[in-house]
Design a protein around this ligand. Structure first.
Ligand code: ADP
Ligand code: MG
Length: 207
């Protein structure tokens, strides 16, 4: 904690706790996420993320990284290698790119994290080709990044709102898009898990 500055600084322990909290959320919500994916996908989103985040917590215990950036890069790498499907590379890219944007700093400010997460979300949009309104994880992540300028709690609320707002949308990317109009009326699983990831961030920050 800097003495001159009242803004909190986020250290490697904060990032480790964020990911551990997210992993616990994925365990708790796995059945729900899989249920959402059974309506408009192939019923594996919960088990995909459960497997991926177990690998993340395992890797963080086995070889604890020294910096926030390295923590996210390691987590992203684990998700890419264990999750598969569409969401593995997308979530992996999100965390890896965010981690790379944080560089080698031992501590980062919330403003630096907001900027880095913005780069991570942009990389997800580029990889998956999804825009806001396509009924994907982008619909939770983009509003969350915008609201991070206000607070972690605002980001969490914006992500949750974005996830709920996918219900009336028709999917234009991913497996759900194969359903055409039949994808309308269901909440997107990836937007829902993204809201869990941002809620875990707010919880870690004590908001
Ligand atoms: P799969 O679709 O391969 O079974 P998952 O079920 O784990 O993978 O994840 C599905 C979620 O991935 C969707 O709910 C959506 O949010 C997200 N997704 C799929 N394709 C894209 C894409 N092109 N861009 C962004 N997100 C996507
Ligand atoms: Mg699926």
């Amino acid at each position: 904690m800097s003495e001159q500055d009242s803004e909190p600084v986020l250290d490697v322990d904060f990032f480790r706790r964020w990911l551990t909290t997210a992993a616990a959320s994925m365990e708790r919500e796995a059945d729900h996420l899989t249920q959402l994916d059974s309506a408009i996908g192939d019923a594996d989103h919960g088990s995909n993320l459960q497997r991926g985040f177990r690998a993340v917590t395992g890797a963080l215990e086995k070889e604890p990284p020294a910096t926030p950036g390295a923590t996210l890069v390691l987590a992203g790498r684990q998700l890419i290698s264990t999750v598969g499907g569409a969401s593995g590379p997308l979530y992996g890219t999100l965390l890896r790119r965010t981690g790379k944007a944080l560089g080698d700093s031992a501590e980062v400010t919330p403003a630096q994290l907001a900027e880095a997460l913005g780069a991570g979300v942009a990389a997800v949009a580029q990889l998956g080709g999804a825009k806001a309104g396509d009924k994907t994880m982008i619909d939770a992540l983009e509003p969350a990044v915008a609201a991070l300028a206000t607070s972690f709690a605002a980001a969490s609320a914006a992500a949750e709102e974005g996830a709920v707002a996918t219900v009336p949308l028709q999917a234009r990317k991913g497996r759900a898009s194969y359903l055409g109009e039949r994808s309308i009326g269901h909440q997107d699983p990836g937007a829902t898990s993204s809201a869990l990831l941002i809620a875990a961030l707010a919880a870690t920050a004590g908001e």
